[in-house]
Ligand binder design. Structure first.
Ligand code: HPA
Length: 277
């Protein structure tokens, strides 16, 4: 079997054949947020099917496309769709977009997702800056023999999300007059949404929002020593004592309405990178 590094070199070669720039930032767009890629001055697009070693994506609200181009004068790649564990992907495959971003030369990762709010102060349509994470997927993309060229055997996770980028994001939210919570993202395997008891547990163990993605990507990004900014759209609230039903389509509809806030933050963070080369 091909080693991860070899696989990524092959994937990156195919991207480079279509796009000559070296990206500084990679963006992973979650459920209902793929439209953010429209902000990019597109220079190349690749379907995941064209990228060697990439699995297919089956999740709703995910196009399965890589968009390469310029955003506010910075070369970026954006993934419209990610690989979830609940689709049957091993955790290592969930981190392939991050490995490709790193292989292409970017040192900054922006991840977005849809999540259920468990902090009672959160409302549907709010956006949360992810300031820390809990992995309850019982899987980790780094399980297996470690490739020391890619990163250390035991990566530090004391500060997975970059404090400077979080500050920039917070100031953009203030300037644009919207609430940007800061909280802990709990990753569950899915694909079921949580029971009332599980939402209650999530809150008790210190989570502010619950989702089914992102953590494997952020683990791989920290392994690769990338700077990470993460944001969750609160598409539903999991309140144990006033239960309401959740569906995938409702989640995507709300995520779309919150997209302008994420777009504003992403523009601002990219512009701050542009002014600090
Ligand atoms: N739980 C898990 N994943 C989610 C949720 C949720 O409530 N909402 C959107 N993604």
């Amino acid at each position: 079997m091909l080693e991860l590094a070899e696989k990524m070199a092959a994937s990156a070669a195919v991207v480079r054949r279509q796009w000559a720039e070296t990206p500084r930032v990679g963006i992973i767009l979650g459920s209902g947020l793929g439209g953010l890629a429209e902000e990019i001055e597109t220079q190349a697009t690749l379907d995941y099917a064209e990228i060697p070693n990439f699995p297919r994506t089956s999740a709703i609200g995910h196009k399965g496309r890589l968009v390469c181009g310029m955003l506010d004068g910075i070369a970026v790649v954006a993934f419209q769709g990610r690989f979830h564990l609940y689709e049957g992907n091993p955790a290592q495959d969930a981190s392939l977009p991050v490995r490709l971003i790193s292989e292409l030369g970017a040192d900054t990762l922006i991840v977005t997702n849809a999540a259920g709010g468990v902090n009672p102060a959160y409302a549907v349509g709010d956006v949360m800056l992810i300031e820390d994470q809990i992995n309850l997927m019982f899987a980790n993309p780094l399980v297996g023999i470690n490739d020391d060229e890619l990163g250390p055997r035991f990566p530090d996770m004391s500060a997975p999300y970059d404090p400077a980028m979080m500050q920039t994001a917070a100031s953009i939210a203030r300037r644009n007059d919207f609430v940007l919570h800061r909280g802990v993202y709990l990753a569950m395997l899915g694909p079921t949404y949580e029971t009332r008891a599980e939402y209650r547990m999530a809150r008790r163990i210190g989570a502010d929002a619950v989702g089914m993605s992102t953590v494997p990507e952020v683990v791989a990004a920290r392994h690769a020593n990338m700077r990470v900014l993460g944001m969750s759209t609160i598409t539903n609230v999991g309140s144990p004592d006033a239960p309401s039903e959740t569906s995938g389509h409702a989640v995507i509809d709300v995520a779309k309405t919150a997209a302008p806030k994420l777009t504003a933050v992403i523009h601002g963070v990219i512009q701050s990178l542009a002014s600090h080369p």
